[in-house]
Design a protein around this ligand. Sequence first.
Ligand code: F6R
Ligand code: MG
Ligand code: MG
Length: 366
Amino acid sequence: MKTTLSIIKADIGSIGGHIKPSQNLLEAVENFLRIEGKNLMNNFYVGHTGDDVALLLSHNEGVGAEKIHKLAWDTFIVGTEVAKKQGLYGAGQDLLKDSFSGNVKGMGPAVAEMEIEERPNEPFLFFAADKTDPGAYNLPLYLSFTDPMHNAGLILSPAMNKGFTFTIMDVSYTEGDRTIELNAPEDLYDIAALLRDNQRFVVESIHSRNNGEIAAVVSTTRLHNIAGKYTGKDDPVMLVRVQGAFPATGEVLSPFSIGHLVAGFMRGSHTGPLMPVKRNSSISFFDGPPVVSCLAFCVHNGTFTEPADAFDHPYWDHIREKVARKATDIREQGFSGAAMLPYSELEYGGIVEKMKKLDTQFRVKG
Ligand code: F6R
Ligand code: MG
Ligand code: MG
């Protein structure tokens, strides 16, 4: 049976700054989806990570389906009305266009979708990150799909012996989707050469070379490319199929134990370690640290099980402590050097004005 899995997420307002959405907002979103989506989809799940509300939908309409995207857009509009009524901060923040036009891509919300032929049992992972951008998934995906240090199946399982094809997008190109396909393991060094640049090259999807099936898909939106100015970080979502011809769940989770440094954190303009957090976690220290949640599901005939919270385990408490220490370490150097993003990535225009003014005050001696 063919099923489409869609994650569509947006920041439509939150409590006390960019912390988390309100209970009323989440309830309004769930109720609307339940009623209006009844004949359009098979099942849904609503969650939040930091200030972002993510809708996970299962349906039979395929990828990029107008009906489904309109349902998600209308859901976010309803949520925004509640946000406005409650005076939530940043109400409707990620809805960058006035009216819906066919597909939410390019309108603000982030989208990760895949159409799959359901296996008899179909386990998959639903990732949502806040205070960071899509490049945050580059290193974990590289490691879990290509490196036997994290993926023991690459040595042990014949089902993965041909490796994976990475589709990588150049997100600085705004005229359209500029992508390249590279194969692991032959093109490993080329893949690494691109993926080291998290702000420009982003994994869009990964396919198995054993069976040709889609394994992973990431939202690749860059909000400042849509709005032309800072409107919030891109806060990416991702779907990963697991087990069998794909990495085991634990192999996909393994690289998240690194707590690698990513772009985002305060005002989307800093470097901070990515902390794996429990379901429905909020944001705190220095508007961060950057966080990622992971819910594991099975889908069967389009119906989801309840989620299993992949980062809710004592092992990850120990990792969270390590990541908190890393966050404190880098924050100790404030604005200096590697703690802040390069000029081109700073998310607020104010510094551009400041630099322009200062430039006129420079004098060349001699
Ligand atoms: C980062 C983020 C926050 C805000 C900061 C200032 O993604 O959401 O760090 O940038 O709280 O917010 P504004 O500009 O809304 O006052
Ligand atoms: Mg926000
Ligand atoms: Mg956010």
